[in-house]
Structure formats: C-alpha cells, structure tokens
Design a protein around this ligand. Structure first.
Ligand code: PHE
Length: 444
C-alpha cells in the first residue's frame, strides 16, 4: 500500500509545530524560567535548541523519511541489529508520556468549563489553590476529563494523517497563535507589566549551574518533541522533495516563539498583580486564575487562555498517540481504527493511577515519588535523552551516508553546515546528553 504523505509543506510544519508546541511551552517553560533564573535560563535554553535540538530534529525527520516507516521499522531499516532497541524505546516512551499528558490535558478542559461558568456568573471565585487541589485530588472528576481529552485525541488520530492530524493542525495552530497574541497584548498593557518582561529577559548569570543546564536540555527535548518516535513518525510522511532543514528550522522557531510568548503572557501578568513568579507547576492553574480574577473581564481572558492551552495540548497528544498506532499499522497489519482504539484505551488506563496519585493514591510512593512524578521523571531523565542519543548516533555514524543524502535531498539541496551537523550528531550531542543525564540523576 502507498504510504500516506502530508498534503502540503505547510500542513507538515503545522502538524510538527503542533506536536512541539504543547503543555511544555505554556505550562512548563514559564515556571522553569521563573524558578531557574529568568533570562539566563532563556539564553542557555536557546543555545541548546539551536545546536543539539536542531541537529537531533534533522536527524529524526531524516530517519523517518528515509525509512517511510514507524520508529521500530525505521531503526531496523536504517541501522538494524541492536539499534532496533531504540525503536522499541521510541514506541514505549510515548505510551507513558501520553498517559500522564492526557491527565493534565484533562485539567485544561476542566478549567475551560470553570472559566465559562465564571463568565456566566454561575460560580464564584474562591481560594484558587483549594479549587485546583480539589479538582486534581478528587477521585472521579479528573478521570472523566482525562477520558474526554483522550477521546478527542483518538477522534483526530482515527481520521488518519492528512484527513485527521494535518487538517486539525492546519486549523488549530493558527487559532492558537491568534489567541496567544490577544493574551500577549492584554498582559503587556497591564500596569507594571515591564517588571515581568525584565524578569523573563534580563539574564542573571550567577544562577547558571549544572542543574539549570540539565533542566534546559531536558526541557528542549521535551518541548521540541525529540527523543522518541514523534518526529521520526511524522518524518515518515514527509515528501521526498521537501527540504528537511528548513522545515526543522520553522518547527523549532515556532516552538521557541510560543514558549517566549507564553512567558510574556504569564510573567507580566504575575508581576502586575504582585504574585510569585517562582510558584512552580501551580503557576498556570493557581496563580494565573488569581491574576485573571483581579483583571477587568478576567473570566473572558481566562477562557481564552485555557482554550489555547487545550489546543496546544491536543495537537501534541495526537502526535504521541500516532506513534504506537503507526507501528501497529505498519508492522502488525492492523487497521488504523483498531490500532487507535486499542492504544487509546490502554493509555487511558495507564493514566488512571497518575490521576489518582494526586489524591487518594498520593501516599503510594516509588523511589520517593508518586506515580505521576515517577513517570514524568523516568521519561524526562532517561527515556528522552537516551532516545535522542540513539537518533544522533544512527544519523551521525551508523547510517551517515544514507542520512547525508536524505538531509541534502540526494545532493540537490546542499547544506553548508553538513559537517557541523555530522559532528554534533556524532560527538557533541551524545556526550552533552550523557553528561546531563548523569547530572540529572545526581541532582534529582
Ligand atoms: N512537545 C510537547 C510539549 O511541549 C510534548 C511532546 C513530547 C509531544 C514528545 C510529543 C512528543 O508539550
């Protein structure tokens, strides 16, 4: 059967940028930047994205396009032997990430509902930390929202690559940008906003240390959707004549732009109302609602914010679900609908203990962490960096000849930085990632 390809270059870039732009940009980036030294973190993060991130992204898309297969098939075809294990990892990791990602995606939907009720005046604001705590710790409500989020993800993936994923991304991503700009406009015109801008952009290099650098690389991998099969799989639908480097450049720039814009919404708003920018994961769900409450027409802007966050999360979750689905279709001969339903249901079930870990199972600890934190820690610290090393080594050493042809479209699109890319894949990225993994283990 002929493999399905993206309908247009714009469609591919929107889908891949949709995968990259997600909770990582809007929920995680601002609180990380907030707690890791503002502008200094931003500079280190940008450096990681432009070097290791860019190289690994080109490597992953090239591996996928070359193989025209799911990640296991792709590693088998491009490298073979033990390298195929990286493909197995690239299929397992998205299962795990999607399971807890969908739980947080569920919270974002719950907050849309809350914000609309607020606008309609049917509920009143009350202790934001309590409200958030009540939502996530209750046994049933977040699981229902987790099911709704997973159901929406499955609906899009069921419809296939061009008809489902590409179509949804082409509509949702531009909407996301418009909503984002509305919110940036609102945040930057608040009195006192500039203090927040300064906090986000002014570098304080005394904050630079090993744990901050590892956090920056971990965030770069997560945010760019690297280190697992997401971009290998999306790469497998890329047309043979498409320029991989310029697409990667677009994806990476859009992802970074959204992270910075999200920071430019959250930090000015937080500073304008005298809140704590280092509030951690609660920044989005606790601090921001308090900020919106203090703002004129706050319920309206809050609704816009959570709609935007849900869109960002869904265009990422579809790329995650699509990875194991592609494997079942490519290698096990399953139909897309059976595969989508099977993977969706299993992943939903795996997410249930993550949701319960916020409440009734909060005391069940593994290595000192609850189930949710454990999965997030294992994937961030080990699975994604390892996956990234695998793609870089395959593209830089094992299959370099084939991959250099892929990156240059058989020589018709010469790449001035080919040698630089090769050595980043061969040596710089693997060593940097190993060093950082070792550090993360120590500092965790
Ligand atoms: N990049 C997404 C985010 O920033 C998360 C993600 C990781 C999605 C890996 C797909 C694959 O939220």
């Amino acid at each position: 059967m002929q493999r399905e390809h993206w309908g247009s270059r714009f469609g591919f870039i929107m889908a891949a940028a949709g995968s990259a732009v997600g909770l990582g940009n809007i929920w995680k980036f601002p609180y990380l930047a907030g707690s890791e030294g503002g502008g200094a973190f931003l500079i280190i993060y940008l450096a990681m994205v432009a070097t290791i991130g860019f190289s690994a992204m080109i490597a992953e898309i090239s591996i996928g396009r070359h193989a025209q297969l799911d990640p296991i098939g792709a590693f088998r075809k491009t490298a073979g032997g033990g390298w195929t294990l990286f493909g197995v990892l690239a299929i397992l990791t998205p299962f795990v990430i999607l399971s807890f990602y969908s739980v947080v995606g569920g919270w974002t939907i719950a907050y849309i509902v809350k914000s609309v009720q607020l606008m309609a005046g049917t509920v009143s604001e009350a202790g934001h930390a309590d409200q958030f705590g009540q939502l996530v710790s209750s046994p049933a409500e977040p699981i229902v929202y987790h099911a709704i989020f997973m159901g929406l993800t499955m609906l899009i993936v069921l419809k296939g690559i061009t008809g489902g994923i590409e179509q949804a991304s082409k509509v949702l991503m531009p909407v996301l940008f418009v909503l984002l700009l509305v919110l940036v406009g609102r945040a930057l015109t608040l009195p006192g906003a500039m203090k927040g801008v300064e906090f986000l952009l002014a570098p304080d290099f005394s904050k630079v240390n090993g744990s901050m650098i590892s956090a920056a690389l971990g965030q770069a991998f997560f945010s760019l959707s690297l280190g697992m099969g997401a971009l290998i799989t999306y790469g497998s639908y890329v047309n043979p004549d498409a320029n991989i480097r310029s697409s990667a450049g677009w994806i990476l720039s859009l992802d970074t732009l959204v992270a910075v814009l999200a920071g430019l919404i959250i930090m000015p708003a937080v500073f304008a109302f005298g809140m704590d920018p280092g509030a951690g994961p609660g920044l989005t769900f606790i601090t921001l609602p308090a900020v919106f409450e203090a703002m004129p027409a706050g319920a309206f802007f809050q609704t816009i914010f959570f709609v935007m966050l849900t869109i960002a999360a869904i265009t990422s979750s579809i790329s995650l679900l699509n990875i194991p689905v592609a494997w079942l279709c490519d290698e096990k001969g399953m139909s897309r609908s059976t595969a989508t339903i099977a993977v969706g249901v299993v992943t939903f079930a795996l997410g249930v203990p993550s949701s319960l870990a916020m409440g009734v199972w909060g005391d069940v600890h593994f290595f000192g962490m609850n189930f949710f934190d454990l999965l997030s820690y294992l994937t961030d610290t080990y699975a994604l960096p390892l996956g990234g090393i695998g793609s870089c080594l395959v593209a830089g050493w094992v299959a370099y000849d084939k991959m250099s042809l892929e990156v240059t479209n058989n020589g018709s699109a010469p790449f001035a930085l080919l040698t630089v890319w090769k050595w980043i894949c061969r040596v710089v990225a693997p060593l940097a990632i190993l060093w950082i993994m070792a550090n993360m283990t120590i500092w965790a």
